[in-house]
Design a protein around this ligand. Structure first.
Ligand code: DX5
Ligand code: ZN
Length: 218
């Protein structure tokens, strides 16, 4: 199965957002990755559900919403109502990960559990049977433009093994430091959804960057 590319609009030009969204959509990106930050779980503050609601009619891409937010169960309904297709919640951000995932599913939205680089796969084993996607952070969350952490590859391989063993259905997404080099090892380890921010949007020609990444995970 070919991999899916999910450009992160965290690295887009917000004064030309519509242009930057269309650019990656026309280049063949399937998902649009939206980084929601609360200034608590991570230092930065980004955007909220209203922003997703306004974006929804502008694109046909799958809206892949990554909540870097403490106690996400308080706001998952709002993001679902805003039109998110996938909602990701960090296991480190709530004592109620099972409830948070259940709430997402009850809204008819795809549920994703996310783990930081310092969190072992064992932490999410009890919920692997109920998720549509697992996001393995390949940098510490909070900022674009960081370096890919190779130590996370082992966790991707572990997840793939568990999926085979128990016949789970989830996709494996990675986020952070993805470029034309790092994507290769992650794909080989078993990831199939690839978030890329600065590699796609910094400097020139996002279109050719998407094409390059797509060709590497065919
Ligand atoms: C980091 C965010 C990422 C970020 C990735 O906290 O979750 O989605 O946009 O950016 P790059 O691809 O530049 O590492
Ligand atoms: Zn993200």
């Amino acid at each position: 199965m070919p991999g899916i590319i999910a450009p992160s609009i965290l690295s887009a030009d917000y004064t030309n957002l519509e242009r930057d969204v269309k650019l990656v959509e026309n280049a063949g990106a399937e998902y649009l990755h939206i980084d929601v930050m609360d200034g608590n779980f991570v230092p930065s503050i980004s955007y909220g559900p209203n922003w997703v609601k306004q974006l929804r009619p502008e694109t046909n891409m799958v809206l892949d919403v990554h909540l870097m937010v403490i106690n996400p169960e308080k706001i998952v309904d709002e993001f679902a109502d805003a039109g998110a297709d996938i909602i990701g919640v960090h296991v480190e951000a709530t004592p109620h990960i099972h409830r948070a995932l259940q709430m997402i599913k009850n809204k008819g939205v795809k549920a994703e559990v996310v783990i930081n680089p310092g969190t072992p796969v064992a932490m999410i084993e009890p919920v692997l049977d109920m998720v549509d996607q697992v996001l393995v952070m390949t940098v510490n969350p909070g900022f674009g433009g960081q370096k890919f952490l190779p130590s996370t590859l082992e966790k991707i391989a572990q997840l793939q093994k568990l999926r085979d063993q128990f016949d789970y259905q989830f996709d494996i997404e990675i986020d952070g430091g993805v470029n034309n080099e790092t994507i290769k090892a992650a794909y080989k380890a078993g990831a199939n959804v690839f978030v890329a921010g600065s590699y796609v949007y910094d400097k020139v020609d996002p279109k050719s960057k998407i094409e390059t990444l797509k060709a590497l995970v065919k």
